[in-house]
Design a protein around this ligand. Structure first.
Ligand code: SAH
Length: 355
């Protein structure tokens, strides 16, 4: 059964076929511009509101919510209709509010250092399941305006291309976010990069590189065996040449693994070849990977070294570490204890735990 945000305008026109035509606009505005529940779209007749509330169920059932960084980071664990669990993180910054959404329950890419990868693949998410995460974040962000969406939660968005792109179009067209404020992050699924190159909406593309030689990348990011670095960079080059958009490389700095002089040099060659900006993320610890993140002073040194080598690099701040909401820490495996006790202000709402 489709959920509330799975339906496009045509599907609404069908659903409301016995009603005056302007009802479609009213419902659409209520859901996407005011982020309201059908029951609260007050310009609709009562009976219609009740019918829509009944026929358009929400996809995400809250299982837990936690707050950190003095309220500036909010993480949700959702339970989907079939029991799968996914997470969403909302982050407020002085100049923007960003939501990090999941595109799959679990992930098949099996990156060794990522908690989602360690837990394996469950299923693809639908357009409605992805879009609903953004609508909820937009509602909770008020009075601030949700400005950015990053596909950096659970899952590999380009392995679930149609739903990801359907969600991008809805987030842009119906929720009104600028395409330049939407970022799709990929582990390097080359056919997906080739498809996104052909799309007309100018979203940002982030490629999770993490290693710039095949031997190390095969180990950290197993999909590299299928799409090795030369092929990946070729797809990146075509993307940049065709779209004239900026590409970024994500690089999780792992102590003694990819933070050495040789790594900086290899990364600089790759980044310069496609004029990529580099985002450095100190590795967040995960249960299944016994290696540490690079200490802060050496993270800065690595960034400075890249700059010397002619590459723009920034260090991404770790948000939500204390509530397991940081990059790579999201995991579906919360059955018994939905959220580990964070240090500050936590609220665990209606537990739908099955155990
Ligand atoms: N599958 C997509 C999006 C998911 S994760 C992708 O791979 O890009 C978003 C980013 O977090 C990716 O760059 C991913 O490599 C990174 N990441 C995963 N685990 C991490 C960890 N433990 N520490 C820091 N970054 C991590």
């Amino acid at each position: 059964m489709p959920t509330r945000y799975d339906l496009d305008r045509e599907a609404f026109a069908d659903l409301l076929s016995g009603e005056p035509r302007y009802r479609v606009d009213q419902v659409w505005q209520g859901l996407y511009e005011h982020h309201t529940d059908p029951a609260d779209i007050t310009n609709l007749p009562k009976a219609l509101r009740a019918r829509l509330a009944d026929e358009l169920p929400l996809a995400l059932e809250p299982a837990a919510e936690s707050v950190s960084d003095d309220g500036d980071t909010v993480k949700w664990l959702w339970r989907l209709a079939d029991g799968a669990a996914v997470e969403t993180v909302l982050m407020h910054y002085p100049d923007r509010s960003t939501v990090c959404v999941s595109s799959q329950a679990g992930c098949a890419m099996a990156c060794s250092f990522c908690a989602t990868g360690q837990a394996g693949f469950e299923r693809h998410m639908t357009v409605g399941e992805i879009v609903e995460q953004v609508v909820i974040a937009a509602r909770v962000a008020k009075p601030r305006r949700l400005s950015n969406v990053v596909f950096m939660g659970m899952g590999e968005p380009l392995a679930n291309y149609d739903a990801t792109w359907g969600a991008v179009e809805r987030i842009h067209g119906a929720l009104g976010l600028s395409a330049r404020h939407i970022t799709v992050s990929t582990v390097g699924v080359v056919p997906g990069i080739e498809r996104i190159t052909q799309e007309s909406l100018p979203v940002n593309l982030a490629v999770s590189l993490h290693a710039a030689n095949d031997e190390l990348r095969d180990e950290l990011v197993p999909i590299n065996r299928r799409y090795p670095i030369a092929r990946l960079l070729e797809a990146c080059r075509r993307y940049v040449d065709t779209t004239h958009r900026r590409l970024s490389f994500e690089w999780a700095l792992i102590d003694g693994v990819n933070d050495r002089e040789q790594d900086a040099q290899e990364l600089a060659v790759a980044a310069r070849a496609v004029r990529a900006h580099v985002n450095l993320i100190p590795l967040n610890p995960t249960p299944g990977y016994a290696v540490r993140g690079t200490p802060p002073a050496r993270v800065r040194e690595f960034r400075d070294r890249l700059e010397e080598l002619g590459v723009n690099a920034t260090v991404r701040r770790n948000r939500g570490t204390e509530i397991d909401a940081a990059c790579g820490q999201l995991r579906a495996n919360h059955e018994a204890t939905p959220v580990r006790a964070p240090r500050r202000r936590t609220r665990t709402s209606t537990s739908t735990s099955t155990s």
